[in-house]
Ligand binder design. Structure first.
Ligand SMILES: *[C@@H]1O[C@H](CO)[C@@H](O)[C@H](O)[C@H]1NC(C)=O
Ligand SMILES: *[C@@H]1O[C@H](CO)[C@@H](O)[C@H](O)[C@H]1NC(C)=O
Ligand SMILES: *[C@@H]1O[C@H](CO)[C@@H](O)[C@H](O)[C@H]1NC(C)=O
Ligand SMILES: *[C@@H]1O[C@H](CO)[C@@H](O)[C@H](O)[C@H]1NC(C)=O
Ligand SMILES: *[C@@H]1O[C@H](CO)[C@@H](O)[C@H](O)[C@H]1NC(C)=O
Ligand SMILES: *[C@@H]1O[C@H](CO)[C@@H](O)[C@H](O)[C@H]1NC(C)=O
Ligand SMILES: *[C@@H]1O[C@H](CO)[C@@H](O)[C@H](O)[C@H]1NC(C)=O
Ligand SMILES: *[C@@H]1O[C@H](CO)[C@@H](O)[C@H](O)[C@H]1NC(C)=O
Ligand SMILES: [Cu+2]
Length: 606
């Protein structure tokens, strides 16, 4: 009955002028072995994995009914890079723009796409997309300024791949047994969710090659052996054509390039996605850091192994110039300086911080706090003490100064906008100190939605707050999303209250979460006194003064020793009594984890 109604509604919608694409996404578990080394459960859509790219045309409206058939996990989808102008409530992140979609439930994403380019969609339920719930999203452009310059399109996705599920990996990542916060290292690199991919091409033809890095962690160096590429798009922004021999794509980044296959080409051309190993704390012997594919000219000829490269010299994205020549935004109205670092909290685990504050999901999704807090919506206090919330006025020039006080590389992504990258330092440049760099910024800076920030360096980003909504700003390494490297921008909340028409279904789904999620009030769910945050979710307390990382490591070693003792005793016990095994099995089958977000944040509802 509901389905019939939904179809009927669909027909009514189609009557409008805008082209409407209707889809159903049934999310289920499947088993796959993309690197040929290990079969494991993956999250697929409509019985398919790899999940096919979503292909639409600029100006189209998409209506996608996402049904969660996972059985044991909640889910959500985010449309990475889409501005969601006027539909901020369709952006996807649970705790921010909506509630989790519980198992057995469904949610309709309905929005118009008015921007061309290469995007992707992925689960924004924390920690989930590396289990497979991600795919490219291509917005074709009938007015593509480069449309005369290529014959055909090719789509390449890149990813890292783990053999274990994210749930256990996250449990060991955010743990007293991992006080340094060493991220799990992936097992393999993938191209188009597989390896040894061949792409049939014809000599003399020119291709638009769209590339998306959907990785959880690894950045990729990408090159086509012996070929030069012309970059024409970066994260959905057309660029002046720029020559490149090699590209570097962090998790979340995209490029389109134009590549001509030489007409005298006689051999098949290898292309490589090679993981940037500098991101990894350790390099396991069995790491498959390179995925190779071939532009196939002649299938009867061999597939040559790629020549090994010793130096990686990728295009500096700062050199790119948007085709629309949008000038650098001057006269900043609002500057937000964020100092990021990694550190331990009182539970001994390692967390990520903006200005000493690690993100914890609030009780009420932040957008719903906006909608229910009247004039208080302009007061950042109502959004809680652990959401790194900043209220932005509408139509201002906002500047983010991000100081990376950590010795790792971090790709930062902003929802709802593309930003200008006014300045980006080299590694070890320290914090951004004055506006000397910004003054010498390119007159027409590069714009994109995900930018790499170098270790112990900084980036200066600017955008216009011309898109009312609640937009996350976060590191796109999925490990650091889980450890709290997230800020929340609440953009033009009063305007948002006047313009956003949130479908009642969105709120109703919250009541079907277990436990139900409140849909009004401040971050704590308090409706009577919006400034009273009693009961808001909080991170673990700080480490006791004088407690050092060495102390934690010593503690871990003693705990591990203890565990070995316990294991030995258990093993000895099992030899004695066969009943022990059955009892252990019962415990792990407990239904407790059902219908819970993949990773309940510290102190969040249980
Ligand atoms: C790709 O080819 C390499 C080399 O032949 C092989 O070791 C690997 O297993 C292949 N990958 C898959 C997924 O078949
Ligand atoms: C999704 O699942 C529903 C209910 O099982 C089914 O009716 C529908 O046809 C499925 N849709 C697709 C696209 O597979
Ligand atoms: C959820 O289901 C999948 C597929 O059956 C399984 O591999 C996974 O271990 C389950 N997760 C939990 C937490 O039970
Ligand atoms: C992966 O490719 C890079 C670049 O060619 C090379 O330096 C590295 O040795 C390769 N790794 C392996 C394991 O083959
Ligand atoms: C973060 O800390 C830095 C350094 O103390 C400070 O300059 C900046 O204003 C702080 N940012 C915010 C948003 O409070
Ligand atoms: C973070 O806290 C430490 C210790 O209290 C303090 O020294 C530092 O200035 C704070 N940093 C920021 C950015 O507020
Ligand atoms: C920002 O400007 C747009 C277009 O001029 C206008 O419609 C909107 O109301 C303005 N927003 C705010 C918050 O003033
Ligand atoms: C959102 O729409 C408004 C009104 O049409 C426009 O001024 C603004 O530039 C748009 N913002 C984005 C990020 O597309
Ligand atoms: Cu990070």
């Amino acid at each position: 009955m509901l389905n019939v109604l939904w179809l009927l509604l669909g027909f009514l919608h189609s009557a409008a002028c805008t082209k409407v694409t209707h889809r159903e996404f049934n999310v289920t578990w499947l088993n796959r072995n993309p690197d040929g080394l290990h079969e494991r459960p993956v999250m697929g859509i409509n019985g398919q994995w790899p999940i096919p790219a979503l292909q639409v045309t600029k100006g189209e409206r998409v209506v996608i009914k996402v049904s969660n058939h996972l059985g044991n996990e909640t889910t959500s989808l985010h449309w990475h890079g889409l501005y969601m102008n006027g539909t901020a409530y369709m952006d996807g992140p649970p705790g921010v723009a909506q509630c989790e979609i519980p198992p057995g439930d469904s949610f309709v994403y309905d929005f118009k796409i008015d921007q061309p380019g290469t995007y992707w969609f992925h689960s924004h339920t924390r920690g989930q997309y590396p289990d497979g719930l991600r795919a490219p999203l291509i917005v074709h452009d009938p007015e593509n300024p480069y449309k005369e310059d290529f014959d055909e399109e090719v789509l390449l996705s890149f990813s890292d791949w783990y053999h274990d599920l994210m749930r256990p990996l996250l449990a060991s990542f955010i743990s007293v047994t991992n006080p340094t916060g060493a991220e799990p290292v992936p097992k393999s690199a993938l191209i188009n969710d597989g390896q040894n991919v061949t792409v049939a091409v014809q000599p003399g033809k020119t291709y638009l090659i769209r590339m998306v890095n959907m990785a959880a962690f690894a950045s990729m160096y990408v090159w086509f052996q012996g070929c030069s590429m012309r970059v024409v798009e970066v994260d959905g922004i057309y660029t002046e054509a720029a020559e490149a021999e090699m590209l570097y794509l962090t998790a979340g980044q995209r490029y389109s390039v134009i590549l001509t296959v030489e007409s005298d080409g006689v051999t098949n051309i290898p292309f490589v996605a090679s993981m940037d190993k500098e991101l990894f704390d350790e390099i396991p012997d069995d790491l498959n850091a390179n995925a190779t594919g071939w532009l196939l000219l002649d299938s009867s000829k061999e597939l040559p192994a790629p020549i090994k490269m010793d130096v990686f010299e990728a295009l500096d994205d700062m050199s790119l110039r948007p085709l629309d020549s949008l000038a650098a935004l001057r006269e900043v109205d609002r500057t937000i300086t964020l100092d990021m670092k990694m550190d331990n909290l009182g539970d001994g685990a390692n967390y990520a911080f903006f200005n000493n504050s690690t993100y914890v999901e609030p009780n009420v999704p932040t957008l719903y706090t906006v909608m229910s807090s009247g004039e208080y919506s302009s007061n950042p206090i109502v959004y809680g003490s652990h959401t790194n919330s900043f209220v932005l006025h509408g139509n201002e020039t906002v500047e983010i100064i991000l100081n990376n006080n950590d010795d790792g590389k971090h790709p930062f992504h902003l929802h709802g906008h593309a930003f200008q990258v006014i300045a980006r330092s080299e590694e070890d440049a320290g914090s951004y100190s004055d506006d000397a760099d910004a003054a010498s910024a390119p007159a027409v800076p590069m714009r994109r939605d995900t930018v790499l920030v170098e270790p112990n360096g900084y980036a200066v980003l600017r955008f216009r707050s011309d898109n009312p909504g609640v937009w996350l700003f976060h590191c796109h390494l999925e490990w650091h999303v889980a450890s709290g490297l997230i800020a929340t921008f609440i953009e033009a909340p009063i305007e948002l209250q006047k313009t956003a028409v949130i479908p009642p279904d969105h709120y109703n789904m919250c009541t079907r979460n277990k436990p139900p999620v409140p849909t009004s009030g401040n971050a704590a769910g308090n409706v009577d006194d919006l400034l009273d945050l009693n009961g808001e979710p909080a991170p673990p307390p700080p480490l006791p003064a004088g407690f050092t990382i060495k102390g934690i490591i010593a503690l871990v070693i003693s705990i591990l020793n203890g565990l070995i003792m316990v294991a030995m005793i258990a093993w000895y016990g099992m030899l004695q009594s066969p009943a022990t095994e059955a009892a252990a099995g019962d415990a792990s089958d407990s239904p407790e984890g059902e219908n819970q977000p993949l990773l309940a944040g510290p102190g969040s509802r249980q």
